[in-house]
Design a protein around this ligand. Structure first.
Ligand SMILES: CC(=O)SCCNC(=O)CCNC(=O)[C@H](O)C(C)(C)COP(=O)(O)OP(=O)(O)OC[C@H]1O[C@@H](n2cnc3c(N)ncnc32)[C@H](O)[C@@H]1OP(=O)(O)O
Ligand SMILES: CC(=O)C(=O)O
Length: 498
């Protein structure tokens, strides 16, 4: 039985509440890139910021409004004429008119009374309608407000022309049960629900709100937002689609693209275990899981990664079993006997026990040792030099033997590691276009002379591999990881050619 009657609308507030994540600040062109993708994937309304906040915010609103996106363009306003004027003058279609409605907010924050706030709300609705705006009249801290007072404020707002209402669980204290109790009385106009994740209840309460009659959910990409953030777009959309069988109208295959764009532009990294979009959401290491996945991915994946624009990965480590190690070896082109496989699995587990991430290069090296294959590396390092300091541009030079030819290259970079990696890539560019997809340094414990563990993910012709370098010198560890990975990728090409 379907739990929701209609397709819920989605209002994305990544560019407003999401940008209120402390430390996040987006330039107008960044906001436009995100808004364009949000509109393209099918979001109904985009709250692009708070026009009153700054000149840059108004510039963003103008830029996005003038682009003519399919989605409705909304901006946050207080019950203040100036805010509403900004919204109208800078091209918004609609306003998210936010009015504090709990006594706590009215008395302590605004230092006003209920009558003052009611009048402010109603006058603002009338003014915004006069300025030609669609109005979503929103109760801030609605979950802690007196329900009777709130209903009266909403009803008067609707009488004065408010097109929609919104119920904000501003500090994330609403439970799904309370949402089910409270919300039906407010369905006197299309109702939105706006939830925060302070206690991790955002998604559950948003779903309960939709079930209780709300017709629109406020969400943010990656769950960004004040404090612990808002209900994540990706979680809500995939829950509605997969668990409740609803067509949200969102192109789910673009979700990962959207998530990584937002993470990159906001500089808020994704937690590795974040549902749907975290690095590990479709990555498996445990032997029992990998064995199951290899037979039927549904055994340990509730949705297929392709549905959200991702790919499955199987990592090796101390929890691996023979099925996943054999699959990884076979992908690398090794044909092995059962006894050799047992030995390789044992060595993989030993690396894991030593606290190491097991990379493709590690597996390759183990396989070569166990199978006793001697392999001539394509690249050998002759020397590298880096220069850095407070008054010089970080610079690196490298000399490599590439297929026996001596090649020297130099590069500047953001720091010595960046410079040496650029120089290495330049030195091998004639034999392969290798890009660095990820660079990771494991936490260093101990003193400044402790071992540094660098892992790189490299790509060539669509193939991704990981490799590691571990030295006390971070530049040397980086060079080691790069050379090992580049050799693996270039050797693979030579092997493929026969
Ligand atoms: C739950 C939420 O997410 S609410 C949205 C939060 N977003 C923002 O704050 C957007 C960014 N904010 C800003 O740039 C600034 O705070 C501005 C431009 C809006 C206001 O700046 P200032 O005028 O310097 O005021 P300041 O930030 O110190 O205080 C907020 C003022 O707005 C008033 N106010 C707060 N909410 C509302 C509201 N919904 N309607 C009307 N007035 C409000 C406060 O009472 C206070 O005014 P007061 O000093 O006269 O009492
Ligand atoms: C308006 C808003 O973002 C809130 O009340 O949480």
């Amino acid at each position: 039985m379907a739990l929701f009657v209609n397709r819920p609308r989605i209002l994305d507030t990544t560019l407003r509440d999401g940008e209120q994540t402390p430390g996040v600040s987006l330039k107008p062109e960044d906001k436009l890139s995100i808004a364009t993708l949000l509109s393209d994937i099918g979001v109904d309304v985009i709250e692009v910021g708070s026009a009153a906040a700054s000149d840059g915010e108004r510039e963003s609103l103008r830029l996005i409004s003038d682009t003519g996106l399919k989605a409705e363009i909304c901006t946050f306003v207080r019950g203040v004429k100036l805010d509403i004027d900004y919204a109208a003058d800078y091209g918004a279609d609609s306003v998210h008119l936010v009015i504090p409605v709990s006594d706590l907010h009215i008395e302590k924050k605004l230092r006003k009374d209920r009558e003052y706030v009611t009048k402010m709300a109603w006058d603002s609705v009338e003014y915004a309608k006069d300025r030609g705006l669609i109005v979503e009249l929103s109760g801030e801290d609605a979950s802690r407000a007196d329900p009777e007072y709130l209903l009266n404020l909403y009803a008067g707002g609707v009488e004065r022309g408010a097109d929609r209402l919104c119920f904000c669980d501003t500090v994330g204290v609403l439970t799904p049960e309370r949402a089910a109790e409270l919300l039906p009385q407010y369905c006197i106009a299309p109702l939105s629900i706006h939830c925060h994740n302070d206690l991790g209840m955002g998604l559950a309460t948003t779903l309960a709100g939709l079930k209780a009659g709300a017709t629109c959910a406020h969400v943010t990409v990656n769950g960004l937002g004040e404090r612990a953030g808002n209900t994540p777009l990706e979680d809500l959309v995939m829950s509605l689609e997969v668990l409740y069988g609803l067509d949200t109208g969102i192109n789910t295959e673009e979700i990962y693209h959207l998530s990584t764009l937002v993470s990159r532009l906001t500089r808020v990294p994704l937690p590795t275990n974040k549902s749907i979009v975290g690095e590990m959401a479709f990555t498996h290491e445990s032997g029992i899981h990998a064995h199951g996945i290899l037979r039927d991915s549904a055994t340990y994946e509730p949705i297929s990664p392709e549905l959200v624009g991702r790919k499955r990965r199987i990592l090796l480590g101390k929890h691996s079993g023979s099925a996943s190690v054999e699959a990884a070896l076979s992908e690398m082109g090794y044909i092995i006997e059962p006894r050799q496989l047992q030995e390789i699995v044992a060595r993989v587990k030993k690396l894991g026990d030593d606290g190491k991430r097991v990379t493709d290069s590690d597996l390759h090296a183990i396989a070569e040792a166990v199978l006793d294959i001697s392999c001539t590396p394509v690249i050998r390092m002759k020397q590298y030099t880096t220069v850095s300091g407070n008054s010089v541009m970080p610079t690196a030079s490298v000399t490599l033997f590439v297929n026996g030819d001596e090649i020297t290259q130099a590069s500047t970079g953001a720091g010595p590691v960046d410079a040496v990696i650029m120089a290495l890539r330049k030195a091998v560019q004639d034999v392969g276009d290798i890009t660095l997809e990820e660079y990771h340094v494991d936490a260093i414990y101990g003193g400044t002379d402790a071992l540094v563990d660098v892992t790189v993910t490299l790509r060539k012709d669509g193939e991704l591999i990981t490799s590691r370098g571990a030295r006390t010198d971070i530049v040397m560890a980086s060079v080691e990881a790069m050379i090992s990975g580049m050799n693996r990728l270039l050797r693979k090409r030579d092997e493929d050619r026969g």
